[in-house]
Write a protein that binds this ligand. Sequence first.
Ligand SMILES: Nc1nc2c(ncn2[C@@H]2O[C@H](COP(=O)(O)OP(=O)(O)OP(=O)(O)O)[C@@H](O)[C@H]2O)c(=O)[nH]1
Ligand SMILES: [Mg+2]
Ligand SMILES: [Zn+2]
Length: 303
Amino acid sequence: MLPLENRIIRCVAKGKFKNEYNLKKDKLFKVNYVTVSDEVEFDFNNDGSGVIFKVYERKNYLSRKAPRIKGAGFRGERLEQVIAANIDNLFVVSSISTPKFNNKAVDRLIVVGESSKIQTTLIINKADLSQDEELEAWAELYNEIGYRVIVTSVKTNEGLEEIRELAKGKKNILWGHSGVGKSSIINALYPSLNLKTGEISNFTQKGKHTTVTSLLSRVENDTYIIDTPGIREIDPYGLTKESLGHYFVEFLPYLEKCRFNTCTHHHEPDCGVIEAVENEEISPERYDSYINMLETVEEDMVY
Ligand SMILES: Nc1nc2c(ncn2[C@@H]2O[C@H](COP(=O)(O)OP(=O)(O)OP(=O)(O)O)[C@@H](O)[C@H]2O)c(=O)[nH]1
Ligand SMILES: [Mg+2]
Ligand SMILES: [Zn+2]
């Protein structure tokens, strides 16, 4: 028999966990009390399956607000949906083309990484499809504010070894829109996983949500990688209008110049961030992205 750590054991969570967080029976709002990369204890059933009875405290976790579902007509707060736990590296994956680079989505994922205090790296994939300077400009922008940017192509293998090096000995997660190439990158690095990859819609230039569930794979002794389904929308959980600016790392040095410590850097007078944008010390793209996010943080949320 394989040692325990090399086996896949199908488990269910004991009812206790379900009741603790599952405020609504409705499947749409079910939050995951046990998530990918959680460390757990379980008992074996006679048939070899397991029942999880203990989830260890998480070092950290990634989450978002449970997505709105069209026609579901829910009222009230949106629950927290945990994506994965105990992560060392968050790779925010984007593509320069097909689908085209979406800096606002990238910034939302970066905010989640920052607010969870997880090391965040940006992957810009499909470099083979880019002939203009746009790719370099985006890479430079994120580099300048302090993020490691890895430009990759699954077609030419550009950048892939850099990911492998960074991932070594760590628990890694790839997160981003559908069709940007998350599963393709993982397959290129670890071909034996043979993850399913999909086409891009000719009509929308978007992916077709090929990966449907998050999957953690052990790829080397201490190296784990998590493939995730492409996101449609991402609203970070637990943010307030006053706290959002703290997760735009290049804003930090300017926050103390704001007249009000509750400044949202939107309309307030004597705002250090707005002044820095005017002085071209903060990029207009990132500031626009910030404003875009600020408008979606619900005013009346109390956490
Ligand atoms: N030209 C080019 N195509 C790529 C590259 N990486 C991935 N693709 C293609 O992009 C499409 C989508 O790739 P996937 O790996 O399925 O994308 P994904 O991010 O896992 O998508 P979801 O599972 O839907 O979230 C596939 O047709 C891949 O062949 C790349 O570097 N260059
Ligand atoms: Mg995929
Ligand atoms: Zn301000």
